[in-house]
Write a protein of this length. Structure first.
Length: 677
C-alpha cells in the first residue's frame, strides 16, 4: 500500500473529541529532559492522554515530553501504545513548543506489522522564529490495512532551534479536524462581567489575594508597595475592609501589628467566627520569619494576638511559594506545596488537625487534581467538598486559570474531573487566588483587567453549577444566663449521627458574638462551653440540598452553682419509649465528662412530658426516661450517691401545651445541680 502524507496545521473547528484515540501508555523513549528541580516535569508519560494545553497559544509547558537533545540530534524518539487497536487514517500530534522536528512516524500493528508511514527530508539548522506550539495532523492517502496498536515518532532536533515538546499523540480512522476544547462549568458564559470593587478597596498599587469572611462582612487582602504599609518599599501588608449597610465596602484599613511587620505578610484563611486568622509564615519574636503557617486570635475588638506556629508533622516545602486554605471546621488544611512525592512544581495536599492541636503529615490528593505544572491558590468552600484552585497544566484561556473540583468521598484522594470556571472569570493573563463567602454566590479575585491601577480586587457572580453545596450560617451571641453579660467561649458543633463533620468556633471576648458554618446532610448539635459554666446544647436538622440560609441563635451559659438548671436537648428517645437513642451519645459523653470534672457535684436528672396522654402514663414515662440517663451514668462509673432521677410528668411545663411547638418544648430532660462543694 502506498501512503500519501499530508502535513498540515489543524484548522480550528469544534468536532467530537471521541473520534481521536489518544495514547494510553509509553512503551519506550530515547530520553527525557526530567529536570531534577521539579520531579515529573517534561517526562515521557506526559504524552499519555489528550492535550494538556491549547498548542496554538502555548510557549512551552512542563506537561509535555521534552527530549534532552536541543537543536543537535536526530536520534530522539518516543513510542506510545493505544488501548484499542484500530485502522488509522490520521495521526494528530500536539506539538506544545517548537513544532516541526518530527522526521519519521512508524506504525506498529497488533499482529507484529511495522510500517513507516511518514518521512520528510530534514532541513537542518532551520530556525523556527515563531516557537509557539501547534496541533499538527499527518493524513495518510489511504487508511492502514492493519490494526495499529502503537505509534513511534522520531525527531530530528536540528530541524528546529531549541527544545521540542510533544504533548499528545492521537490516532483516528478518518481525517479529523480537531480543536482542543476548554472543559468549563455549565453556564460559564451566562454570568455578568466582573465588577471592580472601587477606590475604597483598590489603589494605584497592587491589591492581591482577596479573602472574604464566610459571612461576607469582612474582606481581607494583601497590598503591595502601598505608601501606608509598615515595611520597606515593595513589601506586602494585610488590609481589611468592612461591608457597609448599603452593601458596599467601607474604606480599607491596614490591620497593623503584629500581623503586619517589616516583612511580606499575607492571610490564608479566616474562621467563620471571625476570631482566628491563618497567616503565612512562622513569626519570630525578633521580627524575623521562616516558612510555615501561624494562627492569630482576636484578643479584643480590633486586636490580634502574636501569631503562633502550626506544628505540622514532617512539614517541608521545596518551592519558594506556598498557598494554604483552612476548612471552616478548623480541622482540615489544604496546602499547595512541593514535596518529595510532588509530580510537578507544586501539588495540592491535605493535613488534618489532631486532638492535641498538631497537624498530620501532608497527604497528596492524587492525580485527578494535580498535573506536572504548578497547582496553586487552593480554596476549600464552606461545604468542605468543593475546591477551587489555579493551574497552567490544563487547557484554559491564559497563563493560569481557575478550576473547580468536588471531593467524592472522605479519602481526600477521590475528586471529580476539574472544570474551568470559564471566560468571565479567567482571562488571557495569570488568574488565581479566588475566595467565596459561605453563600457561594460570588467569588472575589485579583485582576489587572479594567483596574484602577495595577492589580485590583474584583467581584464576580459564579454560575449555579460552580457553586458549593448549600450550607447554614449560624450566628448569635454567647451570654451569661444570670445577668446577660457577653462571654468569651468556645462554640462546638458536631454531627449527631455516627459520623459526620464537627468543629469549634470562638465567641468574641467583648461582644460574645459567634458564627459557624454547617454543611447540609446531617443533624447537628451545637453548644457554647466555658470553664465553670454549664452548657445547654441546641440541635438543628439540615437535610441534603436546599438553599443557603442564615439563622440567629443566642447561647446561654449557666454558672455552676447550687440550683443551676439546664436542658439536655440532645438526648433522644423514640415516641412513648425510654430507650436511649444512639444520636444522643455525644451529649451523654459530655455529661460523663462534666461529672468527672466536678467529682463533688451532685445532680438531679429530671424527665418532663407534654400534656397528651394520661397523667399516670406521663408520670411513668418521665420517671423511666430520667432513670435511663442515671443508669447510663452509673454504668460508666458515676456513683449512684451523686445522682437522683425524678419524673415530673406533665406537671412542670416550660411552655404552653396548646401548640405543637410548645408541647415539643415541654418534652425534655433537665440537669439540676443539687450540691457543689
Amino acid at each position: 500500500m502506498r501512503y500519501l502524507i499530508i502535513l498540515s496545521c489543524i484548522i480550528p473547528q469544534l468536532l467530537a473529541a471521541q473520534s481521536i484515540q489518544w495514547a494510553a501508555v509509553v512503551f519506550d523513549k530515547s530520553s527525557e529532559l526530567a529536570l531534577p528541580k521539579h520531579k515529573g516535569q517534561y517526562v515521557a508519560k506526559e504524552v499519555v492522554g489528550p492535550p494538556s494545553v491549547i498548542a496554538e497559544n502555548c510557549k512551552g509547558t512542563p506537561c509535555a515530553w521534552t527530549p534532552k537533545s536541543k537543536s543537535n540530534g536526530d536520534g530522539e524518539f518516543i513510542k506510545v501504545g493505544y488501548k484499542t487497536p484500530q485502522k488509522v487514517k490520521q495521526i494528530t500530534v500536539s506539538e506544545a513548543f517548537n513544532p516541526g522536528a518530527i522526521e519519521k512516524i512508524v506504525a506498529y500493528g497488533s499482529k507484529g506489522e511495522v510500517r513507516l508511514i511518514f518521512e520528510q527530508t530534514p532541513e537542518l539548522s532551520k530556525e523556527n522564529k515563531d516557537r509557539k506550539g501547534k496541533l499538527t495532523k499527518f493524513v495518510l492517502e489511504e487508511q492502514t490495512d492493519f490494526l495499529v496498536s502503537a505509534i513511534q515518532l522520531q525527531l530530528n532536533t536540528r530541524m528546529v532551534y531549541g527544545y521540542n515538546q510533544i504533548d499528545a499523540i492521537g490516532i483516528s480512522e478518518e481525517e479529523v479536524d480537531y480543536q482542543v476544547e476548554v472543559q468549563t462549568v455549565a453556564g460559564a458564559d451566562e454570568v455578568d462581567d466582573p465588577v471592580n470593587l472601587g477606590a475604597n478597596i483598590n489603589s494605584p498599587t497592587d491589591e492581591l489575594a482577596p479573602l472574604i469572611s464566610p459571612d461576607g462582612q469582612l474582606l481581607y487582602y494583601t497590598r503591595q508597595n502601598h505608601p501606608d504599609n509598615l515595611g520597606d518599599k515593595g513589601n506586602q501588608d494585610v488590609w481589611c475592609a468592612k461591608l457597609g449597610e448599603d452593601g458596599q465596602f467601607l474604606p480599607a484599613e491596614n490591620i497593623g501589628a503584629p500581623i503586619n511587620n517589616e516583612r511580606n505578610n499575607s492571610i490564608c484563611s479566616v474562621t467563620p467566627d471571625g476570631q482566628t486568622l491563618l497567616v503565612l509564615n512562622v513569626y519570630k519574636k525578633d521580627g524575623g520569619s521562616e516558612k510555615g503557617l501561624s494562627f492569630s486570635h482576636k484578643d479584643g475588638a480590633d486586636r490580634w494576638s502574636f501569631p503562633e506556629a502550626l506544628e505540622i508533622e514532617d512539614y517541608y516545602n521545596h518551592n519558594k511559594f506556598g498557598e494554604y486554605s483552612l476548612a471552616n471546621d478548623g480541622k482540615t488544611l489544604v496546602l499547595a506545596i512541593e514535596r518529595d512525592d510532588t509530580e510537578g512544581a507544586k501539588d495540592i495536599y491535605v493535613s488534618f488537625r489532631e486532638e492535641d492541636g498538631s497537624w498530620t503529615a501532608p497527604l497528596h490528593t492524587g492525580e485527578v487534581l494535580n498535573t506536572a505544572a504548578s497547582e496553586l491558590s487552593p480554596y476549600l468552600a464552606a461545604d468542605g467538598k468543593t475546591l477551587y484552585f489555579a493551574t497552567s497544566g490544563r487547557p484554559g484561556y491564559g497563563q493560569a486559570d481557575m478550576f473547580m473540583s468536588r471531593r467524592l468521598d472522605d479519602s481526600w484522594t477521590n475528586w471529580s474531573e476539574p472544570l474551568n470556571l470559564g471566560p468571565k472569570l479567567n482571562t488571557p493573563d495569570f488568574d488565581a487566588y479566588y475566595s467565596l463567602p459561605a453563600s457561594g454566590e460570588y467569588a472575589f479575585f485579583s485582576s489587572s483587567e479594567n483596574s484602577l491601577g495595577k492589580t485590583d480586587i474584583m467581584k464576580v457572580q459564579l454560575p449555579e453549577s460552580a457553586r458549593p453545596e448549600a450550607v447554614l450560617l449560624v450566628r448569635g451571641r454567647v451570654f451569661n444566663a444570670l445577668d446577660s453579660t457577653p462571654l468569651a467561649a468556645s462554640v462546638q458543633y458536631e454531627s449527631l449521627g455516627k459520623e459526620g463533620p464537627s468543629g469549634i468556633a470562638r465567641s468574641n471576648p467583648q461582644t460574645g458574638a459567634y458564627s459557624l458554618v454547617l454543611p447540609s446532610g446531617t443533624n447537628y448539635g451545637f453548644l457554647a462551653q466555658k470553664e465553670k459554666f454549664l452548657s445547654e446544647s441546641k440541635s438543628i436538622d439540615l437535610p441534603k440540598g436546599g438553599e443557603y440560609k442564615e439563622v440567629v441563635v443566642d447561647l446561654y451559659l449557666h454558672p455552676i452553682q447550687k440550683g443551676a438548671k439546664i436542658r439536655l436537648n440532645n438526648i433522644f428517645f423514640d415516641t412513648n419509649k425510654y430507650n436511649l437513642k444512639e444520636e444522643g451519645q455525644k451529649e451523654l459523653d459530655r455529661l460523663l465528662a462534666l461529672m468527672a470534672q466536678y467529682p463533688e457535684m451532685k445532680i438531679e436528672i429530671g424527665g418532663h412530658t407534654d400534656s397528651r396522654g394520661s397523667l399516670a402514663a406521663n408520670q411513668t414515662l418521665s420517671n423511666n426516661r430520667a432513670k435511663a440517663v442515671v443508669d447510663y451514668l452509673k454504668e460508666h462509673g458515676i456513683s449512684a450517691k451523686r445522682m437522683k432521677a425524678k419524673g415530673y410528668g406533665e406537671n412542670d411545663p416550660a411552655a404552653s401545651n396548646e401548640t405543637e411547638e410548645g408541647r415539643a418544648f415541654n418534652r425534655r430532660i433537665e440537669l439540676k445541680v443539687l450540691e457543689l462543694d
